[in-house]
Design a protein. Structure first.
Length: 269
């Protein structure tokens, strides 16, 4: 189906081991493997030992049954973490790259914590040369990355993995309606801008067969986005996601209207 990027994490239960078994015998140059390291698993409780990163990579390589990972991300990097991550852990990452065990390095933003993407902006303004890839959330209801983070990524040739473009609110009509109603009540969206019932139903037209399809197209269209990471629980779901991104763009008028409605809102939804 054309899927050649796989995103995992050493903390995603048995994911790495399952992938190692599933991919055994598959040509290693036919897919890109991304994994992550939680340097502060408690939120701000930083691992005091930089070599923990090297041990994590060795364990991931054994689990994945490979001799290298293509992308290693520091998971959940906040703006205030930047200097510590650069000073304590980046030298080990560089050594792992020199050894050929990691090809590219970067970081992810923790979902729900940094809606304005300050972690990405700080890193791209201070040390853009250190980062090959950033994972962040950009979608219909979460467009704020287009203010600074995405333009900076394009300026410095940093790849963007777009996570969670469809997660909680968009696939749930009740939660979506409640979110739009809340934003109307708070003056973030004009009262008459959208109907109360099925507020994004107007997006469904032509090859856009659902709000979810529209969300994936919107998530893939921005020129800074390298890959859209799509979680799935069954084959039919995966086929629908792939179909949505076969033509990864919305009608121009739909995209412009979405940007006008939600582009200024820095909240996770």
């Amino acid at each position: 189906m054309g899927i050649n990027l796989i995103d995992t994490h050493e903390q995603y239960k048995d994911s790495e081991e399952i992938l190692g078994r599933a991919l055994e015998g598959v040509p290693r140059d036919s897919y890109t493997m991304v994994t992550k390291w939680s340097y502060a698993p408690g939120g701000d409780d930083f691992n005091p030992d930089p070599e923990a990163l090297a041990r994590l990579v060795e364990r991931s390589l054994r689990r994945l049954r490979t001799d290298h990972v293509d992308v290693l991300l520091f998971h959940g990097m906040k703006s205030e973490h930047h200097d510590l991550v650069v000073d304590r852990y980046v030298p080990v990452l560089q050594r792992l790259k020199d050894e050929g065990k990691v090809r590219f390095g970067g970081f992810s933003l923790r979902y729900g914590v940094d809606p304005a993407h300050e972690g990405a902006v700080t890193a791209l303004e201070r040390t853009p040369e250190l980062w090959d890839v950033i994972m962040l959330k950009f979608g219909i209801l979460n467009q704020y990355a287009s203010k600074k983070a995405l333009p900076l990524a394009m300026e410095h040739n940093v790849g963007i993995m777009n996570m969670a473009a469809v997660r909680f609110k968009l696939p749930n009509p009740k939660l979506l309606a409640e979110t739009i109603a809340d934003w109307k009540a708070r003056g973030l969206v004009p009262q008459d801008a959208l109907p109360d019932d099925d507020p994004l139903g107007w997006l469904v037209d032509g090859d856009v067969d659902s709000v979810i399809s529209a969300a994936y197209k919107f998530a893939a269209e921005h020129p800074a986005i390298s890959s859209v990471v799509s979680g799935t629980s069954n084959i039919g779901h995966m086929e629908g996601n792939v179909a949505a991104m076969e033509h990864p763009y919305l009608p121009v008028e739909s995209r412009i209207r979405l940007e006008s409605l939600f582009g200024h809102i820095a909240e996770y939804a």
